[in-house]
Design a protein around this ligand. Structure first.
Ligand SMILES: *[C@@H]1O[C@H](CO)[C@@H](O)[C@H](O)[C@H]1NC(C)=O
Length: 430
């Protein structure tokens, strides 16, 4: 049901653009819900949390070690995990988290796939005919392989998983915008592929990081002159026509791989790191990720400025996870690309929920359980992992992006690509 609504929304935002080149850029509804990490009662769901962490660092090529039970994290969307999207059905606007990508020429029975639009990757994957639940695929519709078989495959080692698929050239349409000869990867195996219920994933980063070594759908729209203004943007699932307010700040990219920008500093309650600033680095702006991942030294620096915060003892792991007293509501703000503007995470979103004894049990730590007896602790939405030490790379996902309307342009910064942020005018209630 939500899929249908998502189609309507996509079509209505760009319906005017079905034939002539589009001038206004493409607007996508936001593609994931951060509440999936938080249970309805406001507590953290440890399976999801560690699953999401594992998925994200795996996507960026780092293998994660998780302790004890956390090491056996189950994929989302399996029957052992409650359905994260059920509650959304009651929430009107929040339904619109996915888009639809249609594959196949008009005279060749086009197929519609529910799709995550992911600025943190650059390949387009759909479930192939032999990829069922056991192989890690979701969704009933399987690609009919109606495109041109390229006779080769794309394989991605993905943290602990492996994604493999056959390459086809086919026409791919999103919201009436069709790119011909777009590389479609028909999945044969998708272990560790997705943490969402979307069947397909559309990579919206630069093809410099495409494993298929092919241009992305959006790059094809540009070269095939389907669009005249090479921008797209992500907005929260609202239907208001005003999707942002106030100034739009354009941030130059520090690399054309991910939508990567320089991080000048991270402020906590307006304060910079006291001396040497370990928060300096780069950030991949990633709509396909729920959390914010920061380098471990930066993470420690951020939480050192939150009174009462302490690292959660997840022994044997290469992740750094912090708890802090829930009565604290730290304002954590990024400065990007020399622009000086402070981009804050919503204070409410900084918490991923309260930590329960269930969480302490999950990580196998009794000390944690004892601590919970006196104080209510919350799990911070910034987690530490050194996924790319050379770049001091952050991954900035939905917990940040849900408050910032983001625009991805290939040429609006003196002909160069940039990411722009403006204050989102529709905010999802926490
Ligand atoms: C697969 O084959 C196509 C068509 O010959 C070619 O354009 C493409 O580069 C190949 N892809 C890989 C990953 O080798």
């Amino acid at each position: 049901m939500y899929a249908q609504l998502a189609v309507c929304s996509l079509l209505s935002t760009v319906a005017f653009a079905a034939r002539a080149p589009v001038d206004n850029g493409i607007k996508f509804p936001f593609s994931r819900n951060h509440k999936t990490v938080t249970n309805d009662d406001g507590t953290v769901n440890p399976e999801w949390y560690f699953g999401e962490l594992k998925h994200t660092v795996g996507k960026y090529g780092m293998k994660v070690k998780l302790p004890g039970k956390a090491g056996e994290v189950v994929r989302r969307g399996t029957s052992s995990i409650p359905d994260a999207f059920e509650p959304l059905k009651d929430q009107g606007n929040d339904l619109l988290y996915y888009g639809i990508a249609t594959v196949g020429a008009e005279n060749d029975k086009p197929q519609a796939f529910t799709t995550d639009f992911d600025t943190g990757s650059a390949d387009f994957f759909v479930p192939g005919p032999t990829c069922g639940t056991a192989q890690g695929c979701v969704g009933k519709i399987k690609y009919d392989r109606g495109g041109v078989d390229e006779g080769n495959t794309t394989a991605v080692t993905y943290g602990s998983g492996m994604i493999m698929g056959e390459n086809y050239f086919d026409s791919v349409d999103v919201a009436g915008l069709t790119a011909e000869n777009t590389n479609v990867i028909s999945l044969t195996s998708a272990q560790g592929f997705s943490t969402s219920k979307s069947a397909a994933r559309m990579g919206m980063a630069f093809s410099t990081i495409a494993r298929s070594k092919q241009p992305t759908w959006f790059e094809n729209l540009i070269t095939q002159k389907v669009i005249s203004n090479p921008d797209f943007s992500f907005f929260l699932g609202g239907r208001a026509s005003d999707r942002f307010r106030g100034p739009v700040t354009k941030i130059p990219l520090s690399a054309e791989t991910y939508w990567q920008v320089a991080v000048d500093t991270v402020l906590v309650n307006g304060k910079k790191a006291p001396a040497f600033d370990p928060t300096v680095g780069n950030a991949a702006i990633d709509t396909g990720t729920t959390l914010v991942i920061a380098p471990t030294l930066a993470t420690a620096s951020i939480y050192s400025r939150v009174p009462g915060a302490f690292p959660v003892p997840v022994s044997g792991t290469n992740l750094l996870v912090y708890a802090y007293p829930c009565k604290q509501t730290p304002n954590v703000a990024f400065q990007f690309g020399g622009k000086g503007r402070k981009f804050a995470t919503n204070k409410k979103d900084f918490s991923l929920g309260t930590i329960t004894t269930n969480f302490a049990e999950f990580i196998g730590d009794d000390g944690m359980a004892r601590r919970l007896a006196d104080t209510q602790y919350c799990l911070g939405s910034v987690a530490g992992a050194d996924i790319n030490p050379g770049l001091n790379l952050y991954v900035v996902g939905d917990t940040f992006l849900k408050n910032w309307y983001s625009i991805y342009s290939y040429n609006n910064d003196g002909g160069k690509p940039s990411v722009s942020f403006a204050k989102a005018s529709v905010s999802i209630p926490s």
